[in-house]
Design a protein around this ligand. Structure first.
Ligand SMILES: C[S@@+](CC[C@H](N)C(=O)[O-])C[C@H]1O[C@@H](n2cnc3c(N)ncnc32)[C@H](O)[C@@H]1O
Length: 330
């Protein structure tokens, strides 16, 4: 098509002039070659060098994979409106009806989100002591290790071998903001260290325990990556560690079973120290059951607790929430 050829240094001035004259052709990308810029025009323009050139059509880039994916129309309403992004890996949750179209869905995600290199579907619920889930490869690289950024820290992790969810980033920042300089922190269920490494920016020392050897391997790597040398990784069952560590702040991020470890948490907290407890609760009564368990264990140990803060962290299942209770142990 017809184009105006101008030296690079004059390009902006000429672009404005062509716009003013109303001759700049819409829907094409401006072309750059060496020291020259080529503007597509709708017809001859006096006073400029005119040449013949080819231009790429711009066209609006789709924002969502749902705009480009090909699935039968009746299944379209089932396409998930969001998915988790961990580093350069996407993890989506597909209803059974959409599983036969997993490859097409994965490829559409890769096409629209250029920074994503691998797409997986959740193949099971989070389960077992390590709290991991099966993943089904849909498209892109068959790789499960990635580097994720959260709250200003970098976390290397393998999404198939360790627990990690980006959905707790805000909650982790909340606990960070409560952490005071000089504190000793005990992260009882540390995973790859999203709490431990973050809190180590303020705390004096962070003991970070986990049962999963893969979690501790990545925690050690993340400690180096973030120069968080005040994090002390501990591989093993927290039951064997509790009581030997004395901390100003204890983090219990194991919502499925945290109630079974309340004794260990209270044995590890210094007088007037704070425990960040997590659990799951039904919408109609989020906290009562957990409060009762916390009070019962405190009574058993001859301690007193003061509830400082209670909140919903995120939805977990229909009418169920992941909840947080912060309490002080006197
Ligand atoms: C829900 S994940 C939380 C990980 C991390 N805090 C996070 O926010 O990503 C719970 C972690 O607790 C670990 N775990 C489970 N039982 C444990 C035990 N008895 N002692 C130590 N760690 C345990 C699991 O391996 C898992 O990494």
């Amino acid at each position: 098509m017809l184009a105006v050829k101008v030296p690079k240094r004059e390009a902006e001035k000429v672009r404005r002039k062509l716009l003013e004259l109303g001759v700049l052709a819409k829907g094409y990308s401006v072309k750059r070659e060496g020291d020259f810029v080529f503007f597509p025009v709708t017809g001859p323009v006096e006073g400029f060098e005119l040449v013949e050139a080819e231009f790429e059509k711009t066209g609006k880039r789709p924002h969502s994979y749902r705009e480009v994916v090909e699935v039968p129309d009746e299944l379209r309403p089932l396409l998930p409106s969001s998915f988790d992004i961990i580093g350069d890996i996407a993890i989506t949750e597909l209803p059974e009806e959409l599983m036969p179209y997993g490859k097409a869905i994965g490829e559409a995600i890769l096409k629209v989100h250029r920074h994503i290199k691998a797409v997986f579907a959740k193949g099971s619920k989070v389960s077992g002591e390590y709290r991991v889930r099966e993943l089904i490869h849909l498209a892109g690289e068959r790789r499960t290790e990635t580097l994720h950024r959260e709250n200003g820290i970098r976390l290397r992790l393998d999404v198939a071998r360790v627990y990690y969810t980006p959905r707790l980033a805000t909650e982790r920042m909340r606990v960070f903001e409560k952490t005071q300089p000089g504190e000793v922190v005990f992260d009882m269920f540390a995973g790859v260290g999203p709490y431990a490494i973050l809190l180590a920016k303020r705390a004096k020392l962070v003991f970070a325990c986990d049962l999963n050897p893969w979690a501790i391997k990545y925690l050690e790597e993340n400690r180096r990556l973030n120069k968080a040398f005040n994090v002390i990784p501990i591989l093993g069952d927290v039951r064997k560690v509790a009581g030997r560590v004395k901390a100003d702040r204890v983090v219990m991020n194991l919502p499925k079973f945290a109630d079974r470890f309340l004794k260990e948490a209270m044995m590890s907290v210094k007088p007037d120290g704070v425990v960040h407890y997590y659990g799951f609760g039904p919408e109609e009564d989020l906290f009562s059951e957990h409060e009762a368990k916390i009070k019962a264990v405190a009574r058993e140990l001859g301690l007193k607790v003061e509830f400082l803060d209670e909140r919903k962290v995120r939805p977990y299942a229909p009418r169920q929430f992941n909840i947080a209770i912060d309490f002080r142990v006197e």
